[in-house]
Each structure stands twice: as structure tokens, then as C-alpha cells.
Design a protein around this ligand. Structure first.
Ligand SMILES: Cc1cc2nc3c(=O)[nH]c(=O)nc-3n(C[C@H](O)[C@H](O)[C@H](O)COP(=O)(O)O)c2cc1C
Length: 322
């Protein structure tokens, strides 16, 4: 069993400690562990070219045979890091919370995952098998939940692109200075428990794997995120009264019988049709992307002159003196 810890926080910071606590448990059980800190690698930001999904769409439509991956593939370390993740049975990811959400260092890495969108690559036959890697997520903040409301959810949202199955998530709180988390032994214990959960998940047959974190965590019973919002029509008319912002499950708002707190009651018939954690459901998004592009290309001529005008329009910029 191979497990990799991935930290986006400071060297010797709280995320480092949290991951080490979990990895030690896994190592003691016999797992082969590795740990990386994203600061040690060259990670370029996604250029936004969508060259990856353009290729995937072209292969899907029979216009291209081979997938060449990201335009940045050989220009930095991301391809090798992703290859390592694909070799793993489990990953534990920690990211510091900056401005309520995971740090830019983490997002810079995770937003490169689009070029490895597993459901699309499976759909078009570029990848033959899902490696079924499980994930544990840790957000590290100086405050409590009120200052980290987008932290775990944004980490979760970065998981479905590579079909990483989140089996546990945990929010480290009130740990702002390097080592602070050690003053909260219960938080360290919880990180060790995450190591136990990852071990258990890796040793469970894929089809039987499920959530091992706090059963009442979050508002969505599917992915346990706390972000549920009133739904709007999707590109193809599908609509739910309420949707989970992370997994995309739909339903109505109800009350958790265990806690008395609000919960998403997932529509028993249609509630999972947009579940981003189901490869088949997510692959449908490739069709949305293709349709949106075809519509644009059919209108491209009509905006040619206006687009040229906008391109030619220039405003003063900020000159940096070095
Ligand atoms: C730019 C910046 C923004 C931050 N914003 C938040 C925040 O919104 N919520 C919070 O709980 N902590 C915030 N913090 C505190 C960090 O999350 C905290 O220092 C954390 O322990 C860093 O993790 P590390 O020790 O693993 O690097 C912020 C820190 C920095 C540097």
C-alpha cells in the first residue's frame, strides 16, 4: 500500500505536523509512505488555454487520435507529481487556509488537474482504469470554522477531477504559528485517526468504500460538504430546489434527525445525476463543454470585428521598476 502526504503549507508548519502524524500511523501498519511539500516543486499556473479539454473533445468527436496532455507537461514538475499520485492507494492533503479558502500554492497545483480529468480520459479511452485512490483532507487555519468556511469544501472540489475518493476530512483550528497544533492534542489524535481511516479504506474493496469521517459532518449526506445553495437551471434544463456546491447532488432542504441541523435531502430518483464524484455523471460535463464550444464556434464570425476592437483597446498598465 502506497500513501503520499502532500502539504501546501510552511515547512515545519502545522500541516507538515498533521500529515506526519497520520503518515506515521500508516507507516507503522506497513504502508510505503512518501511526503512532499509543494513549495519544493516547480508548479506553473494553469494558462487557461483549455488545450487539454480541446484535445479531449476532439478525440471524443473522432477528430484527433492521440492525447498529448497539458501544454506545460514538460515545463515543470506537475506531470511527475500526478504520476506519483496515480501510483498511490491513498493520499493525505493538507493546505493552510488563507482568506477562508485553501492557499494559492495548493490551488495552483490542483487547478492543473484538468489535464488529467479521469472521467473524460476514461470516456475517450486514453486511460483504461481508475486507480481508485482514496484521500484524506486537512485544512489548517488560525481560526475556527467561521474563518474557514470554504477551506475543506474547496479542497474537496479539487478531488473529483482525478476521481480521488475523499473518505475523511478534518479542519485544524486555532493553529496559526508553526507548531501551534501540538498544543491541541485532540487535533493531533484526529490526524492520527485519519491515518487509520485511510488504512481502512485502502483495505476495503473499492465498491464497499465509503465515508469514514464524522457521520454528521457537513450538510450534504453524500460528500459531507457544508455548502448547499438554491439551485438554478443547468445547461440542459436539469434543476433541483437545492444543490450541494461540491458534489452537485440535488434535492430539498430538510433536518438531520440525529443533530436537528439543516441537511440536504437528496432526491431519491434524480439526486445523483449530477454527482461529480461519479465518473459517468461527471463525464456528461464533457458533452456540456463540447456543446458550449460548438455553439460559440457557430457564432464566432458574428463577433469577429467586435472581438478585434476589444483586442485593440488598450489602457495604461502598471510599470514595475526593477
Ligand atoms: C495570508 C494569510 C491569510 C490567512 N487567512 C486565514 C483565514 O482566513 N482563516 C484562518 O483560519 N486562518 C488564516 N490564516 C492563518 C493560517 O491558516 C495559519 O497560519 C496556518 O497554520 C498555516 O498553516 P501551516 O502552519 O501549515 O503553514 C492566514 C494566514 C495567512 C498567511
Amino acid at each position: 500500500m502506497k500513501v503520499m502526504g502532500i502539504n501546501a503549507g510552511m515547512h515545519n508548519g502545522n500541516g507538515d505536523i498533521a500529515i506526519k502524524a497520520a503518515l506515521k500511523v500508516l507507516q507503522d501498519k506497513g504502508a510505503e509512505v512518501k511526503m512532499i511539500n509543494l513549495f519544493d516543486y516547480d508548479i506553473l499556473p494553469c494558462t487557461g488555454c483549455e488545450g487539454c479539454t480541446m484535445q479531449m473533445g476532439a478525440i471524443q468527436m473522432g477528430k484527433q487520435k492521440e492525447y498529448h496532455g497539458c501544454v506545460l507537461k514538460n515545463k515543470d514538475d506537475v506531470d511527475q507529481l500526478v504520476a506519483e499520485i496515480h501510483e498511490c492507494n491513498g493520499v493525505i492533503i493538507a493546505a493552510p487556509t488563507y482568506d477562508l479558502a485553501p492557499s494559492s500554492m495548493y490551488l495552483r497545483f490542483a487547478q492543473r488537474f484538468l489535464a488529467y480529468e479521469l472521467s473524460f480520459l476514461l470516456e475517450i479511452g486514453v486511460v483504461k482504469e481508475n486507480p481508485n485512490t482514496v484521500a484524506g483532507l486537512i485544512s489548517v487555519g488560525g481560526s475556527m470554522h467561521d474563518w474557514q468556511p470554504l477551506a475543506l469544501e474547496t479542497l474537496q472540489a479539487s478531488m473529483f477531477t482525478m476521481s480521488l475518493q475523499v473518505v475523511d476530512r478534518y479542519m485544524i483550528q486555532r493553529s496559526a504559528r508553526p507548531g501551534s497544533v501540538l498544543t491541541f492534542p485532540d487535533q493531533i489524535e484526529r490526524c492520527k485517526q485519519m491515518g487509520e481511516h485511510i488504512w481502512e479504506a485502502m483495505n476495503t474493496p473499492v465498491e464497499e468504500r465509503g465515508w469514514l469521517g464524522d457521520p454528521n459532518d457537513g450538510v450534504c449526506p453524500n460528500c459531507h460538504s457544508s455548502l448547499v445553495y438554491p439551485g438554478d437551471p443547468h445547461w440542459d434544463g436539469v434543476e433541483f430546489p437545492y444543490e450541494c456546491a461540491v458534489c452537485g447532488c440535488g434535492g430539498t432542504l430538510g433536518t438531520n434527525p440525529e443533530t436537528g441541523k439543516p441537511m440536504l435531502v437528496i432526491d431519491p430518483e434524480r439526486g445523483h445525476i449530477r454527482d461529480r464524484f461519479i465518473d459517468k455523471a461527471r463525464a456528461e460535463h464533457l458533452n456540456e463543454i463540447i456543446k458550449t464550444r460548438i455553439e460559440f464556434f457557430s457564432k464566432q464570425d458574428s463577433i469577429k470585428d467586435e472581438y478585434a476592437e476589444y483586442k485593440a483597446m488598450k489602457f495604461p498598465t502598471v510599470e514595475i521598476s526593477r
